[in-house]
Design a protein around this ligand. Structure first.
Ligand code: F6P
Length: 551
């Protein structure tokens, strides 16, 4: 399992980049624009229907050249090729990483002919099923078409489809409504069932392992609800599933034609392209689902074949490395200016933080630098009216990605135009800020007394030089969403190679799962005798008291 790696910090170019950062950390972004009037042309790239404007990042041409050298020095090309070949680059689980095979067109043979064949077979089955549900040809146990599809899953089995169904709402007309249930506390499911009619409800249990506590619990509650209303015999006609775990699907009673295969070479957070996306396929239909896959594949080809300096995912990844490791900006705010993308930051949180939230390298040694950024965000306008104040003038500092469509996704271009203006204004404000001189001139022009002006100036200065990238695209359509997701996926891979880590395992989440299963008996039966740490037993005693249960 030991792997030979060349992590960024042990390459000579790392120290050169540190010197660049030293040089640039005192150079305001405005100054970079003053020095180079053609800065937009030098630091923006258009490919695969996306325009990446990174001219407001705190870097210049020598920095960009060194970052590209870094990509060479860490062996990024080898790693990309290995992933597309299906090599077991997920070494701690001894698995290939082939989400790129899921969005390939027929004949591309990504991952090999056998994998292509199995992907195509399953894709065809899943799309036929989704079309049956969408058109109403596939009916429930009372011969009524489905009006509600409830995806029960969590993490990668929820965030991707939930984000995409929301993002592509404009393409869902005529489809049954899709709802997503993930949390274990029951509230989420109760809310959905409150207005659901069992006769017209289809549940999809999406779970790669089919063992996840939250998903299993919600699925069994939903099953009991359905059986109570329609009888046990109705269950097979109201439950579909996606998993690698055939036995568990058998045990649950999933009908063979209502179940779809996953593979161990697809990570949960990379699985939206597989049958895990069945709810998305129901919502947007086959043609649009295929457009979504085609958008992802277009970016795969661009990623695989473009030079680093033109390569959008590589540039995005390297800019992230620059901000995190050299400018010491540990967080990235993701700010969509189309409300349909409101779940995109949450989706990216899992993609980036579960992938690259590691502190050990592929060779088992501790990492030599900071790794993944903390990802957070909100639709941009909401953010402007809540936390942007801190980003403009507070002490914590962040980098930003603005996601900006040119055209409205709901046919309201006049309002989208205002969103465009807001986004561009914020990018400018964060980059250039506002100096004491400007503030002074403005206040004096308003006839404010000079003494009062001087008192107010420190409060109105905006330091600027908050680095941002604008990801501009024509419209939020299925192909564009596919491109966006694929760009971020490959940016994650790029960063993982620089840091020498495995972006495809997630061992850190296992401990909490194990402890939960150990604590469940103590919570369920407070009167029994249980071994748990003292402070936990004390909390459980209070919980039992407040639940009205005598321990
Ligand atoms: O706990 C984390 C995780 O394993 C994610 O990686 C995964 O996407 C999620 O749980 C759900 O897992 P499953 O699809 O197996 O239910």
């Amino acid at each position: 399992m030991k792997v030979a790696i060349q992590p960024g910090p042990s390459t000579p170019v790392w120290a050169e980049l540190a010197a660049q950062a030293e040089r640039l950390s005192t150079t305001p972004v405005s100054e970079l624009f003053n020095r180079d009037p053609a800065r937009f042309d030098a630091f923006s790239r258009e490919a695969a229907g996306l325009l990446l404007d990174f001219s407001r990042q705190r870097l210049d041409a020598p920095t960009l050249a060194k970052l590209c050298q870094l990509a060479d020095a860490v062996g990024l090309r080898r790693r990309i090729d290995a992933m597309f070949r299906g090599d077991h680059i997920n070494t701690t689980e001894d698995r290939g990483v082939l989400h790129v095979a899921l969005r390939q067109p027929a004949g591309a043979a990504i991952g090999g002919a056998d994998i292509e064949k199995t992907v195509m077979t399953e894709r065809t089955r899943m799309l036929a099923f989704a079309e049956g549900v969408r058109s109403g040809n596939l009916k429930g146990s009372t011969s009524e078409p489905f009006k509600l599809v409830v995806n029960i899953g969590i993490g990668g089995s929820d965030l991707g489809p939930a984000m995409a169904v929301q993002a592509l709402r404009a393409y869902t007309s005529g489809a049954p409504r899709c709802a997503f249930v993930s949390n274990v506390d029951g509230v989420h499911l109760a809310e959905v069932l409150e207005t659901a009619d069992p006769k017209t409800t289809l549940f999809i249990v999406a779970s790669k392992t089919f063992t996840t506590l939250e998903t299993q619990t919600n699925a069994h509650t939903a099953r009991a609800w359905l059986a109570k209303h329609l009888g046990e015999q109705a269950v097979p006609k109201h439950f579909g599933a996606v998993s690698v775990n055939g036995k568990a699907m058998d045990a649950f009673g999933i009908h063979p034609e209502y179940r779809f295969q996953m593979w161990d070479w697809v990570g949960g957070r990379y699985s939206i392209w597989s049958s895990i996306g069945v709810s998305l396929a129901v919502a947007i239909g086959e043609r649009h689902f295929l457009d979504f896959l085609a958008g992802g594949h277009e970016v795969d080809e661009h990623f695989r074949t473009s030079a680093w300096a033109q390569n959008l995912p590589v540039l995005m990844g390297l800019i992230g490395v620059w901000n995190i490791n050299f400018l010491h900006l540990p967080t990235l705010a993701v700010l969509p200016y189309d409300d349909s993308l409101r779940r995109f930051p949450a989706y990216l949180q899992q993609l980036e933080m579960e992938s690259n939230g590691k502190s050990v390298m592929l060779d088992g040694k501790p990492v030599e630098c900071e790794t993944a950024a903390v990802i957070w965000g909100e639709p941009g306008d909401n953010a402007q009216h809540s936390f942007f104040q801190l980003l403009h003038q507070g002490t914590p500092r962040a980098a930003f990605d603005f996601l900006l469509p040119a055209r409205s996704s709901c046919g309201n271009q006049p309002q989208q135009n205002l969103a465009i203006a807001s986004c561009l204004a914020q990018a400018e404000a964060f980059a250039h800020g506002q100096s004491a001189q400007t503030v002074r001139a403005q206040l004096l022009a308003q006839k404010m007394p000079a003494a009062q002006v001087e008192e107010l100036i420190p409060h109105k200065i905006d330091p600027g030089s908050r680095p941002s990238t604008i990801v501009l695209f024509e419209k939020l359509d299925p192909a564009t969403l596919g491109r966006l997701v694929a760009v971020y996926e490959h940016s994650v891979l790029t960063q993982s190679v620089v840091w020498g880590i495995n972006a495809f395992d997630q061992w850190g989440v296992e401990l909490g799962k194990k402890l939960t299963s150990e604590l469940v008996p103590a919570v369920l039966d407070p009167s029994g005798s249980h071994t748990a740490p003292g402070p936990i037993l004390k909390l459980l005693a209070t919980i039992a008291r407040w639940r009205g249960v005598t321990p």
